[in-house]
Design a protein around this ligand. Sequence first.
Ligand SMILES: [Zn+2]
Ligand SMILES: [Zn+2]
Length: 255
Amino acid sequence: MSANYHTHTPRCNHAVGSEREYVQKALEAGLKILGFSDHTPYLFPGDYYSTFRMHPQELPGYVAAVESLKKEFAGSLEIHTGLEAEFYPAYFPKTLDFLREAGVEYLLLGQHFIGNEPFGSYSGRETTDESILEGYCRQVIAAMDTGAFTYIAHPDIIHFVGPRNIYRKWMGTLVREAKDHQIPLELNLLGLRENRNYPNSLFLELVAEENLPMVLGYDAHQPDHLTNTVQLTQAEALLNPFGIRLLPTVELKPI
Ligand SMILES: [Zn+2]
Ligand SMILES: [Zn+2]
């Protein structure tokens, strides 16, 4: 692979390694482009704050650290400052302004919760409830409509185990909307690394039916995730039967 746009840092409280170590591993892996996309800060009202994302006051330090490496490694590695963000309709516009002012270059959509955190439900929770699947798809499509997202990270995070035709109906709509919006869909290597419910082969079938390529996301939470080739082989084995090709790079959408 030549590019990875999905990289975390310890600011989210569940990743390890300095930005510099990620850069070193990216060079070791032969990557040409490395995008940092740690879990975004969010401007929630009141006292609530999530445990798995950086705080708003950490954002300037994050941007400064990545921008400084961008300058230092210019010529050997193209580095970008991004974030992985949920689309929470209630808080997104204000948060987006905040991210824009801080100098963030791009956003990946990672819709970990449906609704508005903390009131929504976790997308990866197993369910047979069609309304949850529908809610997830509608929210991801609404996120596409904002025009703020470069690509959709782990689009198949939703863990629907009900009837196959129901899954095909809603996720097929999501895939067709992604095609219409020209937003790439990610094949997530963290899901393979941790044997999660994604990548989902039923989802890949829908992607193949629409003739869409995918973008590989390492979703690195430690530096050596970038040099680990086991999941690359697994990803290839997973995609080949469907004839899905991988995009070498994606165009970053300014936020
Ligand atoms: Zn994470
Ligand atoms: Zn991630």
